[in-house]
Every structure is written in C-alpha cells, then in structure tokens.
Design a protein around this ligand. Structure first.
Ligand SMILES: Cc1cc2nc3c(=O)[nH]c(=O)nc-3n(C[C@H](O)[C@H](O)[C@H](O)COP(=O)(O)OP(=O)(O)OC[C@H]3O[C@@H](n4cnc5c(N)ncnc54)[C@H](O)[C@@H]3O)c2cc1C
Length: 494
C-alpha cells in the first residue's frame, strides 16, 4: 500500500512537471524494475473520476467493438473520462511513463486508428452531453457525442433546426468534424468543420485551451485551423465544441432514391457528370452500388433541403431517364427521424472490410470511369460489399483550399469502396477486388478525403492535405513537439 501511494505521488509530481513544459518522455526518470504500464494503471485508478477498465472488467471488451472488425486491438487499459480534467490527467500520466495513447470517439475510423495494443485507449463515450441554444442557433456537444445522441434530442425537441452532421448515427461528432465532415446538408451549409464556432482541446502538455473563430493569439488560430480538417488524434483531445446551426426551411426533408440495374451505370453516370454541377446547393445527389432489391444495383440517393415540389421538379430528368430506373422511391420525412432510421446503411457493422477512397474533380465521371465502377460491381466477391460516392461542391467550395486544413474543396465527388467479408473468409479476393477498382480510378483522382481514411494510401500526406501539409507540421511542432499523438497516418513533425 505504502509503495503504491509513493508511486502515485511520484508519477503525479512528474505529471505536474510535464504540465509546465515539454519534457519528452525520454527525458523523464523511470522507476527501475517497475513495469510502466502497471504504474499507469495504479495511478489512473487513483486519480481518474470516470472509469478505468482493464481486461478483467466485463465492459472492457464491449468498449473495444468498432465498426470495422478487421482491426482488433487490445490496450492495457481503457479510460472513460467524465470531464477535461480527467482527460488532462490521463495525458500527463501517460506521458510521464511513455505509454502510448489513442483517442476513441464513435469508433468508425475505417482503419481502427482509435485503438491500440498495449497502451491506453481514452474512450470519450461518457462525455456525451448536448444542449441547444435556440436564440443563437448554436449547439454544444461534448467530445464523446455520437450523432445519434444529438439526433434523438433534435428529433424530439428541435426538428426545425438543422445541424451539419453525419449520415451514420454511430459516427462520433469529434471524429467527423475534425476530418472535415461531409453531410447531406453540406452543399447548403458547408462542411461540419466550417460550422465549428469554437472547441475546447486538451493538448499533449495537459493544457485545456479553447480555440475558435474568435481566436487572435497566433498559436490558437493555428491550432483551430489545423483541427478543422486536419484530423482527429493528431494535436489534442477535443472535449467540447460549439457548432453553428440553421433554421430549417421545413422540419422535413425530401429523400428520393432512384435505382437502375448496375449495367446502366455506363449510361447514367456520364449524364450525372454534367448534371450534378447544374443543380442548386439545396439538392445533394450521392451514388451507391451494392447488392440490394435482389440484384446488383446502382442508385442515386438524393436529399432536398427545401420544398417537396421543388425538389421533385429538379429530379425529373433522373426519374424520367432512358433507360428507365426500376425503382423510384420518395419520402417527405422529418429530417432527424430519417437520419436515425437510415443512419447505418453503409456500416461495415463489425464484419471485416478493406476500405479505399479518393476524390474526383468536376467532370471526372466519364464513360470510361463509369465502366470501371460497373466492372467492379459485376465482379464483387461478396454481396456485402459496396461502393459509394458523396456529392461535394456547393457551399463547401466557397472557401479556398487553405482556409482550413481540409484540402478537397475543389473536388466534386468523393468515393469510397468497402470490400466487406466475414472474419473466417480469406481476405485475398476481397483485397484484390478493392485494389483493382482503385487502380482503375487512380488516374482520375485529385486527392483523398481524410474521413474516408485509407490505411493503404501511398503519398497520403499530399493526397489528404495537399499544400496544407507543411503548415500542419508546423502546428504539430508547436502543440505536440514530442509527437505524443501518433498513429500510422498522423501528422509528422517537420
Ligand atoms: C457507416 C459510416 C458512415 C459514415 N458517413 C460519413 C459521412 O456521411 N460523412 C463523413 O464525412 N464521414 C462519414 N464517415 C466517416 C467518419 O466521419 C470518420 O470515420 C470519422 O473519423 C469517425 O469518427 P469516430 O469518432 O466515429 O471514429 P473514431 O475511430 O473513434 O475516431 C476517428 C479518429 O478521430 C480521433 N478522435 C475521435 N474523437 C476525438 C476527439 N474527441 N478528440 C480528438 N480526436 C478524436 C480518433 O483518435 C481517430 O483518429 C462514415 C463512417 C462510417 C463507418
């Protein structure tokens, strides 16, 4: 007992010295003969007011379930903080003992970057409070909110206020916003990150800092710039945000799905190629290939953020297209009710998945690109696999590529392939299939979308961040000079 108390005291003293400056872990003393991870667990259990889980706790395994089960990892400890002080203490304690730490929001990173083996997973799930200010039209969320937490509140109490959120209700608000955040409303209101007013971040030195569009101190401005599209898990832990919201034209949204046999891709996509640039920002048209309705199918999924009749009028050329769609389905539905109902339709849902992605400029969906998509869906080795593309442009394109760290503003479409298979199947045909599709598209791509993170992407620094990468590295050197926050594709020190 006395030894434990002594250890807790020593580690806290070290943590306090870390908070006063940047001592990289190799500069700090260690305790000979004592396992660093064991020390960390003892100290965390003594200090953290939330929960500290190890593999001896039943809930430990539950908390490690993420959307893509390909990435199974087992940390030494999971911390569930209840406030920014818990977060700050966890970071400082981890640093003193040089124990690796990753941050988990909604667990929907395609590459499982929220988990690690043998270190600490800082699971934000208990920090899930939300509130809505109807006068200012702003929304407050804590750093562990998943869209479903907020959408339930909005659906019940604020159906006529719009927030730029994800189409999967299990996605974390933090991960979504920090990676850019493309919503079916983004053509109307911009990216998720364009709508962050301010955010509170706990940095690698344990500092709790609020940065936002009000910031004037240059390092704060730089941190806010970097966090807006520069990605989760790179610079610090977001514990809360204030987000701009909007008065909805109507509480309902027009959702329409227009589907063809996949072989008609080569006719429909080249037409979409020019049509998508002509439609108003209130209309968003995504594409979707998968086995559904008893066949291999290509659908345009559309959302209209305006009056029902106006939306249907805009869609007439697609509905009346020759060759004719085999399905035209339309509903006029409460917006959040829709999101909660359809939310997880592209989820991997704890199967295994190889995921690849990229962004296209306007006019890239030529007949030959359409043929690549059609060939892919014809040869898909699994009926679970799917390909989607998001429709960009509109309000998202009104800012310059260097206005925030998000660098894909000139892109018009972002695609993602999810090659989904059972854990017991050989991955080879599924990996090859995704790779063949991606290679066929590669020469048409201009970049990649960070939230569609692709762990196999060569040259990812340029593909995600383009000319913003050098500034991101500078910001990293100021706020995380020991590279405490790191993973396979994290921002590197200059
Ligand atoms: C089914 C599905 C649908 C999707 N739909 C969309 C969509 O419509 N639009 C879109 O833009 N994206 C979409 N995505 C992608 C999604 O936005 C990203 O994968 C996002 O990063 C997931 O965030 P998360 O918190 O759920 O995931 P996590 O895996 O928990 O986190 C992702 C990354 O962010 C970091 N992170 C998470 N929370 C914090 C925090 N509070 N502070 C600091 N770092 C943090 C993690 O460390 C990790 O590196 C979808 C993904 C899936 C699986």
């Amino acid at each position: 007992m006395a030894t434990k108390l002594l250890l807790v005291g020593l580690v806290l003293a070290l943590a306090a010295s870390c908070a006063n400056g940047f001592f990289c872990p190799e500069d700090l003393p260690s305790f000979p003969g004592v396992n660093r991870t064991e020390i960390v667990i003892i100290v965390l259990k003594a200090v953290i007011r939330g929960r500290v889980l190890t593999s001896e706790d039943a809930e430990y395994y539950e908390r490690l379930r993420i959307d893509n089960a390909l990435y199974k990892k087992y940390p030494a400890v999971i911390v569930l903080p209840i406030d920014e002080w818990d977060v700050s203490h966890t970071l400082l304690i981890a640093r003193t003992q040089n124990v690796y730490l990753t941050v988990k929001g909604g667990g929907h990173s395609a590459a499982g970057y929220c988990l690690n083996s043998g270190g600490i997973v800082l699971d934000m799930a208990w920090m899930n409070a939300t509130s809505v200010d109807t006068n200012r039209l702003t929304i407050y969320v804590q750093g562990g909110v998943q869209w479903r937490n907020l959408y339930k509140v909005m659906n019940t109490s604020y159906p006529d206020i719009r927030v730029v959120g994800g189409t999967c209700d299990g996605v974390g608000v933090g991960g979504f916003m920090l990676g850019g955040g493309i919503s079916s409303l983004s053509r109307s209101y911009g990216l998720g990150c364009d709508n962050i007013i301010n955010m509170t971040v706990v940095t690698a030195s344990g500092l709790i800092v609020t940065v936002g569009n009000h910031s004037t101190f240059q390092p704060h401005k730089d941190l806010f710039w970097a966090m807006c599209g520069g990605g989760g898990g790179n610079f610090g832990v977001v514990t809360s945000m204030h987000i701009q919201a909007y008065a909805a034209p109507q509480p309902q949204i027009l959702f329409t799905q227009i589907c063809w046999d996949y072989r008609n891709t080569t006719a429909v996509l080249p037409w979409y190629n020019t049509w998508e640039s002509t439609i108003p920002n209130a209309m968003t048209v995504y594409g979707w290939w998968r086995f559904i309705f008893g066949r291999k199918t290509f659908c345009l999924n559309t959302w209209y953020n305006g009056a029902q009749a106006d939306g249907l009028a805009i869609l007439q050329p697609a509905i009346n297209f020759d060759p004719a769609p085999f399905r035209v389905y339309s509903e006029w539905r409460d917006y959040y009710d829709y999101e909660l109902f359809y939310g997880s339709s592209t989820a991997v849902a704890e199967s295994n998945a190889i995921i690849k992605s990229g962004t296209f400029p306007a006019g890239a969906f030529t007949e030959s690109v359409a043929q690549v998509f059609a060939d892919a869906i014809e040869t898909a080795p699994s009926d679970k696999s799917l390909i989607v593309f998001l429709h960009l442009g509109g309000k998202m394109a009104e800012k310059a590529n260097n206005a925030t760290a998000y660098h894909q503003r000139t892109a018009h479409m972002a695609y993602q392939v999810k090659s989904i298979y059972n854990a017991t199947d050989s991955p080879t045909p599924h990996t090859q299939w995704a790779q063949t599709l991606h290679s066929g598209l590669a020469s048409s791509l201009i970049g990649a979308y960070l939230n569609y993170i692709d762990p196999f992407l060569p040259n990812w620094q340029t593909m995600y961040y383009g000319s913003n990468y050098a500034r991101l590295q500078q910001v990293k050197s100021v706020w995380d000079p020991c590279n405490f926050f790191r993973f396979n594709q994290s921002i590197e020190l200059p």
